[in-house]
Design a binder for this molecule. Sequence first.
Ligand code: TH1
Length: 829
Amino acid sequence: GAGDRSAKAERMFQLMDGFMTNDPMSLQKDILDHVEYTVARSRFNFDDFEAYQGLSHSVRDRLIERWHDTHQYLKRKDPKRLYFLSLEFLMGRSLSNSVINLGVRDQYADALNQLGFEFEVLAEQEGDAALGNGGLARLSACQMDSLATMDFPAWGYGLRYQYGLFRQVILDGFQHEQPDYWLNFGNPWEIERVHVSYPVKFYGAVEEKVLEGKKCHVWVPGETVEAVAYDNPIPGYGTRNTINLRLWAAKPSDQQDMEAFNTGDYINAVINRQRAETISSLLYPDDRSYQGKELRLKQQYFFVSASLQDIIRRFKDSHSNFDDFPEKVALQLNDTHPSLAIPEVMRVLIDEEYLDWEKAWGIVSKIFSLTIHAVNPEGLEKVPVDLLGSLLPRHLQIIYQINFLFMEELKKHYGLDYNRLSRMSIVEEGAVKNIRMANLSLVCCHTVDGVSRLHLATLKTRVFKDFHEFWPQKFQYKTNGVTQRRWIVVSNPPLSGLISRWLGTDAWIRDMDLLLGLRDHAEDASLQEEWMMVRKVNKIRLSEFIEAMIGMKVSPDAMFDVQIKRIHEYKRQLLNILGIIHRYDCIKNMKESDKEKVVPRVCIIGGKAAPGYEIAKKIIKLCHAVGEKINNDSDIGDLLKLVFIPDYNVSVAELVIPGSDLSQHISTAGHEASGTGSMKFLMNGCLLLATADGSTVEIIEEIGNENMFIFGANVQEVTNLRQNGLGVKKSLQFARVVRMVREGYFGFKDYFKSLCDTVEDSSDFYLLGNDFESYLEAQAEADKAFVDQKKWTKMSILSTAGSGRFSSDRTIRDYAQNTWGIEPCKCPS
Ligand code: TH1
């Protein structure tokens, strides 16, 4: 009875009196306890990895405590919650980020020292959680950090892939892919919730029935798979709030299969059951391109269905009808990948909760918002009608009905303008009929956001022109941002300390606009000196990493010129490499006396190519072939080095970015929706060499043209050039470097032919030839600036000082106010 329960609660309170303590003695005991009892190694004999495990379990305990408190508190307050649905999260490592956000980094470092370990060394033991491809996925991770830090009542939902993004191995300069079976060594940052699980159904048919005089649709599915929750606590910085990232894993369901077992083929029945797990087995490694694969569609629905069952159950815990659903729930679609959530909510409300269509639609049209990350129509997801109809027959019916009503509405406005109707239709007619996921989302979401101002302008005038004309008020933009907790505090402790000393506060870690205060000191000689020291330390760390990775020695006195991102033709790594060939060619043909004036450079390139992307793979090979030649040429020596960093990922970025002098963001204008790497470099005082594309346009506004190296055709010029036929202005220099590749100067003549063809006069879609001259000029400007280290350092300080706008805190605050309608809910400390 009640008396029993309160006695029990009383007893618990006595046993767990107050929060966990963080003095060095308690921490040491905690770590050793975990080594002994959780890792089950003797506390007298364990290695660095086991120490890392004990340490992270001790941190995990502290996360769990705050995470429980946050949930208790939110349950009581019942604010409107945001549910962030994304198929990709690139979390990287968790240890350093967690102890910093919990505010116990120094205490742990002390405790470990007394045990004879070093925090940094143990932190290096952790592998990356790479459940995503690139910018879109890392953006989700940064936004989770901001949501927690700013006390927003939010949940992340995603898939717990067993294989993350492939590991890149380079053999003879060629990329090879290796599976990333990342859970092999255990994952202390997740909590398995065997009791939080939901059945997810596929295939089968829809039957019509009459229930209580009403016509109903009953979906009789053909396959059921169980979704099991794995919870990943996300701690905020400087707050007790710790939110949840819930990832689903597929498991065989007990609801099915009786028939298979009855046939007596036990062995095969068990093996077939096991196949259910393939749904969450792997992340698709394609970045910004989409393939109509059944397994991918299954993943999308699996994740959406489980998440919505969870969200609706939580809502029903404290609400008896759906009238206030829109006041309590905001659903954010991270690109169109989770857009099946729309017909799924309709289906649940109508078929399972027995609401009528109008009522269900009234709810659905108030709860969804979408962020678009793609630029091109080719990048937009389409699903063949046949595929959707066989996997999710009821959803296809609902989508058709949504489209029918939408078309009726359009006809009222535009009459029988069939061209417009067919462009805007959710159903694409043609040899293969497709469902256009973007159109579905645009019809059903109350708000559609672009990821930079320029991106929104492109969406309005091109891809979604018709939709913008029809619903101008739906379209907004929120320029992307990145979290300074990970990208300065975790990855660049020396700079972090320096900034706090000069600002006299560390409040910038929660309020990036305070960095503006650095502007006043940009020319201060003593700040400049400390600034250069910090940069030097980071460059030395990077050179040691390069030597350890690929066995090459590079001088930290050279300019470190870096381009790290997924390999794509539009990102123009090829332009970079051709520029390096030009530089090499120049030095090679120089008089000995002129060589003194050359600014020594270490060019660093890193990034993965999608396994099926031939041209991208050739770019990687070309980089190695050119590097091979340059790095072994005694005429060149330390004046020019070309390094390819293999297996670029989040933790490599944390090391490379703080050690870079110059970074390249050189996409053909109009092709990069935003770009977020540039923001991380900017915060770390690395200068940018960039085109006026995506978020760069806004970076220019913050720090000024004079503090960056901008080049190339702008969006308007790109449009004009393409309309007037390509290759209008092509330099001799460009022709020369392409010819060197073509004629086999770097070997592999036949292999590089198709790569050279992509930039030949009439086919140079990404305008490398057109932009080459101005690219070289910008590079020469960078050389000139680097010679004057005082000037360079000032530019570097001004870069960091002006980076405040690119904090994901600003992005999230804007989404909260203008898209989601949610408010902070701070758990008392
Ligand atoms: C990227 C955009 O290319 C990039 O410009 C932007 O900064 C980033 O998203 C974050 O907004 C995209 N990633 C993907 C990944 C897939 C499909 C489309 C895009 S767009 C799988």
